[in-house]
Ligand binder design. Structure first.
Ligand SMILES: Nc1ncnc2c1ncn2[C@@H]1O[C@H](COP(=O)(O)OP(=O)(O)OP(=O)(O)O)[C@@H](O)[C@H]1O
Ligand SMILES: [Mg+2]
Length: 282
């Protein structure tokens, strides 16, 4: 499929470019009117908690996040800490937007038990002072933001690689494998004989990117092999890769080579799922 020429990511990329101007800058894209409805997304991730606010046209208004380790593979391991952080993010957002935030949406990874998983996420969101409108599956949120009706969305976050296949708006396959950015960090820590906190800093410092990428390449290849196995019966294109762990210039070429078909990525891929979650708050 010649989807590259179709520029399918133009719309999402425009929104991501708007959003990135305000992320953690204590300001908003614009101030909302007193009565206009707002949409709030809460992404309780393995490496951070992200709060996004959209207007009723799904245009980004505000985004803030805080790094945190209160969640592991979609399971909340420190409830009080998650609530404290989210309360704080909510308060910051309300000050900047000069509006109270009433409702919000959350999300869970596809493999987490939807009953108990969404209950815990709802509890965190409500304990932080929101009314939780719904808890959606993370890949469904990502696909909503990317406006993908048919295709494969691969979300590579801190703890997991989630692969979701959509056909005509229906989720036909979901795989969630415990390989993510944390595993890249551990490989770097092993290679340099340093602790994982130091390795995490080095991983994000892009001045050493070529050397670092060489070390983590087998992890990237493993993620691509997992994705290729999911596609062995039928390939649903486009294949769009999102999530914070893919922030390396050689990631997509390496991934595409193993896959045997071109994968594509949006700008600022770690904000795709949080924006999709906010779109569900309506
Ligand atoms: N500039 C960067 N370079 C390399 N890796 C990065 C960069 N920024 C973030 N990461 C990595 O991305 C991962 C976090 O991605 P993301 O925010 O999508 O995860 P999450 O949603 O918190 O986790 P999960 O979806 O697994 O629960 C971390 O492992 C982090 O080290
Ligand atoms: Mg995530």
């Amino acid at each position: 499929m010649n989807y590259k020429q179709k520029n399918i990511l133009n719309g999402p990329n425009k929104k991501l470019q708007q959003l990135i101007k305000v992320v953690n800058k204590n300001r908003s894209v614009r101030k909302p009117n007193k009565d206009e409805p707002l949409r709030v997304g809460v992404d309780l991730g393995t490496s951070s908690i992200v709060l996004t606010v959209l207007d009723s046209q799904n245009e980004p208004l505000y985004c803030t996040f805080e790094y945190d380790n209160a969640i592991r593979d979609g399971i909340i391991v420190d409830f009080m800490d998650s609530v404290k952080i989210l309360k704080n993010l909510k308060q910051q957002a309300e000050q900047v937007l000069e509006r109270p935030l009433i409702t919000a949406c959350g999300a869970i990874p596809p493999d987490v038990d939807s009953g108990s998983g969404s209950k815990v996420v709802t509890n965190v969101i409500e304990a932080a002072g929101f009314s939780c409108r719904q808890v959606v599956a993370e890949p469904t949120a990502a696909a909503k933001f990317l406006q993908i009706k048919t295709g494969t969305v691969v979300d590579i976050g801190g703890g997991t690689t989630g692969i979701s296949v959509f056909n005509n708006n229906k989720l036909v396959q979901i795989i969630d494998e415990p390989t993510g950015g944390i595993h890249m960090t551990l490989v770097i820590a092993g290679a340099y004989q340093i602790n994982s906190d130091k390795a995490e800093v080095i991983k994000r410092e892009h001045k050493n990117e070529d050397e670092i990428f060489h070390i983590i390449q087998p992890v990237v290849e493993k993620m691509a092999i997992i994705t290729k196995n999911v596609m062995k019966d039928k390939i649903y294109e486009p294949v769009i890769i999102v999530g914070g762990a893919i922030n390396f210039k050689d990631f997509i070429p390496t991934f595409s080579k193993i896959l045997g078909i071109p994968a594509i990525k949006p700008l600022y891929p770690q904000f795709v799922t949080p924006l999709g979650i906010a779109m569900c708050d309506s």
